[in-house]
Structure formats: C-alpha cells, structure tokens
Design a protein around this ligand. Structure first.
Ligand code: NDP
Length: 294
C-alpha cells in the first residue's frame, strides 16, 4: 500500500473535544447548556443506533440531549406538532429529524417545518440556498466532514480537479457546492455518466458517495489523488454468517495508487456526528446572539 490513511476517527475525536471546550464556554456565557433535539419515528434498527450514538456524544460534549421517540404509526400532523414545539423551545438550539421517515410521511414537508436556524442537518431549502449562494447557514454534516478531512490533508484545495460520484441531496450535491466554494473545478458524476472511470481518472480529489460496494477501482484513480470514501455498505464477510463494512471504493486496489485515502470504517463515518455537534454549538451561539470565532 502506498497511500496515506486519512484517520477520520482521530480527527472526529479532536473535533468533539474542541466542541466540548466551546460548549463549556457557551454554558458560562449563556447560563444554560446548548441543546440538540433528535426526533425518531418508528423502530428502524440502524436509525435507533444512530440516535443512541448522537445522544451519547451530545452529552459527552457537555450539551443537553432531547430525544423524542414516536411510534411508527404517528401521523404526519402529530410529527409536525412536535417539530413546532421544538422550534418554539428556547432550550433547543438544534433539531434533527432522523431520516428515513415512514412512507406515509412527506419528508420534504417535515424538513420544511423545521426553523432553518435550528436545522443543524442543513437539509432545509433555506440552508440549501444559503450554501449555494455563499451565505452563512447550516451545511449537511457528512459532506462538511469530508471537506474538513480534505483541508486537513491538503491545505488549500484551490484549483484542484474534484470529481464527486453521486448527486444525492444529502451528500453529492452539497459536497459539490462545498468544493466549488473551496475553488475546486468540480465534476458531479452519477448513474447516467458516460465512461465513469475516465471521468474519475482526471481528478485530484475523488469523493465517492454512491452506495455501491467497492465500485470505484484503483485503476480509475489518478496516481497521488486524494480519495474520500463516503460509502457504508454491509457485505457478507469471510466467515459464514458474518458481515463486514466496505466503502464505495475498492480500498485494496485504490490504496495502491492514491496519495491518501479514507478507510471504511474509521474514515468519513465518525465525522458525521462530530460535525452535527459542531453545527449545534454554532446554532446555540447564533440563537443566543453570542459571538463565536468559527
Ligand atoms: P443515494 O442512493 O441517495 O445516491 C446515490 C448516488 O449514486 C445517486 O446520485 C446515483 O445516481 C449514484 N449512482 C448509483 N449507482 C451509480 C453508478 N453505477 N455509477 C455512478 N453513479 C451511481 O445515496 P446517498 O448519497 O444517501 O449515500 C451514498 C453512500 O454514502 C451510501 O453508501 C451511504 O450509506 C453512505 N452515507 C454515509 C454517511 C456517513 O458516512 N455518515 C452519511 C450518508 C450516506 P442517480 O442520481 O443517477 O441515481
């Protein structure tokens, strides 16, 4: 292996520590803790794990965690009423509605009901608009975490060729916006892209957010490129009945060619919650009218 491993787990731990320091300072100035409310509808096992981890890490950073667990058959109107209550609650700085929602609910409508200044997930159209026009707002946690890792690894990203594979609203599109803001030349590839290997081969920075296990191969990568693997895919393991996590990049071949690469697990994954906590402490300062050097 020639590539340097980008240690997202260590970076995320450092970020959580910095958030903890800022959260203590906020409490001293505001006379209350910053607060994050997480709303979970139904019993999706993966979502339950995420919500539990978010709650634990919020408390560990010295912030208040409010969990609202609603049954799967909750009506959309009742969920909207919970969101309204949280919007009005001065102890709540950030609101996160865990996705996916049950199919009888309209996710866009629910996200639109969140006060944009408490939308720490950055999914509200107002925050999407702020990101694309360069106004301060909230940026989705996973792509913001990717940019933090990239800047830590490379310093300035200005002028670099970046290819983002995937165009979802939660990863691919905001990732592309962030890279444009860093003055990269950005290409967004997707399932209709022609000759994807050739497109990826141009890139100094490759961000893979596809949801297809080990799709991006080493021979697609320009030697020395920096590879950020957002994918989290569970595949059958070597032992019968066991599973393992792999990314959207074929780590074995890509790490022979890339200059630096994020592993799965331990790369982008741990950044998401750490950035959520960072967004929450930023929201707390803005909502309380307390200045913060970001
Ligand atoms: P989506 O399924 O919403 O989007 C996948 C994107 O990949 C789409 O734009 C799709 O194109 C594109 N795509 C699919 N197949 C191909 C292909 N064969 N060639 C080129 N492009 C393709 O996924 P998400 O963005 O939500 O997530 C992507 C991955 O990141 C998943 O593995 C997910 O688990 C992971 N993830 C990890 C997070 C974390 O680390 N905390 C957080 C969020 C996601 P098209 O639009 O044309 O259909």
């Amino acid at each position: 292996m020639t590539a340097q491993i980008i240690d997202g787990k260590a970076f995320a731990a450092g970020l959580r520590e910095r958030v903890g320091t800022v959260a203590a300072d906020f409490e001293a100035k505001a006379g209350r803790k910053a607060g994050l409310a997480v709303v979970l509808v139904g019993e999706d096992p993966a979502s339950q794990v995420y919500v539990r981890n978010k709650g634990k890490q919020t408390l560990a950073c010295g912030m208040e965690s409010f969990e609202h667990k609603l049954p799967a058959d909750t009506s959309e109107a009742d969920l909207l009423a919970v969101v309204e209550k949280l919007n009005a609650d001065p102890a709540v700085d950030g609101i996160l509605v865990q996705l996916p929602l049950p199919s009888h609910m309209n996710e866009q409508k629910v996200i639109a009901a969140i006060n944009p200044d408490k939308d720490v997930d950055g999914f509200h159209v107002v925050n999407v608009g702020r990101l694309s026009t360069g106004l301060p707002g909230f940026v989705p946690c996973t792509p913001l975490g990717c940019v933090m890792l990239l800047k830590d690894q490379l310093g300035s990203l200005s002028g670099l060729d970046a290819v983002v594979v995937g165009r979802s609203n939660i990863v691919g599109k905001p990732m592309a916006q962030l890279l444009i803001a860093e003055s990269c030349t950005v290409t967004v590839a997707h399932s209709r892209t022609q000759d994807l290997p050739e497109v990826v081969r141009r890139a100094d920075i490759v961000v893979a957010a596809v949801g297809r296990p080990e799709m991006v191969k080493g021979e697609w990568i320009k030697p020395g490129a920096t590879v950020i693997d957002v994918g989290i895919n569970r595949v059958p393991g070597a032992e019968e009945g066991k599973t393992r996590l792999v990314g959207d990049v074929d780590f074995a071949s890509a790490s022979e060619v890339a200059g630096a690469i994020t592993p799965v697990p331990g790369g982008v994954g741990p950044m998401t919650i750490a950035v959520l906590l960072r967004n929450t402490i930023v929201a707390a300062h803005r909502n309380a009218g307390i200045a913060l050097d970001e």
